[in-house]
Design a protein around this ligand. Structure first.
Ligand code: KIV
Length: 263
């Protein structure tokens, strides 16, 4: 069994072997990922892939706490980051209250909040108060309604410069790592070179310090849509459907349960 990563260990990953981060929302999958992944993210993406909602905005703090508790039970050997849901960090005081609830009610090692320069005061306040913070810059899923869709960032010079300012500001505020999402690869490379903390990419090319994917996307379980950056490492949906169809066929033909599965 490999040793559980720490904040310091993650910081040392800058420019070293890329970090592998994966989401999980329950103990069952977290247990499977525990010996392999470097970091497990309890993402508010659970609102879409687990709860079937159209975006992440209606995720509640209570849901995040419940799912983080489950993930922590399943993956005691992993560094676990819990997402702070939309509306739970609008002010620095509210952010601290929300983060303290996550830290007191779960075994999460860190929290993640979306935003760049505009979140600096909040990040610094959390860090001062003993909360390890992972930043999240670039495409921000919690801004999907205000931006009118999921918009790739870094498409022009102004956006590229803003991303570098965001990364530097978050670093100065004390984040130990950052997720960079939906950013043109050449720009993500420049952003990564502008800071000393590791950048974990999702749709940001391969030159950053790690990658994160939503587990239900990479296992091919989520069928509603597939973003360009998602690689399916398994055709999970087809495998599951085939298995359930086989089960139904055997129930209907009374082939199941057979002698081996009967008392
Ligand atoms: O909620 C989530 O799963 C995330 C990833 C997309 C990074 O924030």
């Amino acid at each position: 069994m490999t040793k559980k990563l720490t904040v310091t260990g993650i910081q040392k990953a800058k420019g070293a072997t890329p970090l592998t981060m994966i989401t999980a929302y329950d103990a069952l999958f977290a247990k499977l990922f525990d010996p392999i992944a470097d970091i497990i993210l309890v993402g508010d993406s659970l609102n879409m892939s687990f709860a079937g909602k159209p975006d992440t905005l209606s995720t509640t703090l209570e849901q995040m706490i419940y799912h983080t508790q489950a993930v922590c039970s399943g993956a005691p050997g992993s560094f676990i980051i819990a997402d702070m849901p939309f509306g739970t960090y609008m002010t620095k005081e509210k952010a601290l209250k929300s983060a303290v609830r996550i830290f007191q009610q779960t075994q999460a090692d860190a929290i993640k909040i979306e935003g760049g320069e505009e979140k600096v005061e909040t990040v610094a306040y959390l860090v001062e108060n003993g909360i390890a913070v992972c930043g999240h810059i670039g495409l921000l899923p919690q801004s999907v309604r205000s931006e009118g869709g999921y918009k790739v960032k870094g498409k022009d010079e102004a956006q590229a410069e803003q991303l570098i300012r965001d990364a530097k500001a978050l670093e100065a505020a004390g984040v130990f790592c950052m997720v960079i999402e939906g950013v043109k690869a050449d720009v993500a490379t420049k952003v990564s070179q502008s800071v000393d903390v590791p950048l974990v990419g999702i749709g940001a090319g391969s030159s950053v310090d790690g990658q994160v994917l939503v587990f239900s996307d990479m296992l091919g379980l989520f069928e509603d849509f597939t973003p360009k950056f998602v690689k399916k490492y398994l055709n999970g949906a087809n495998l599951v459907k085939e298995a359930v169809q086989n089960y139904k066929n055997e129930v209907q033909s009374r082939a199941f349960p057979d002698d081996m599965h009967t008392y």
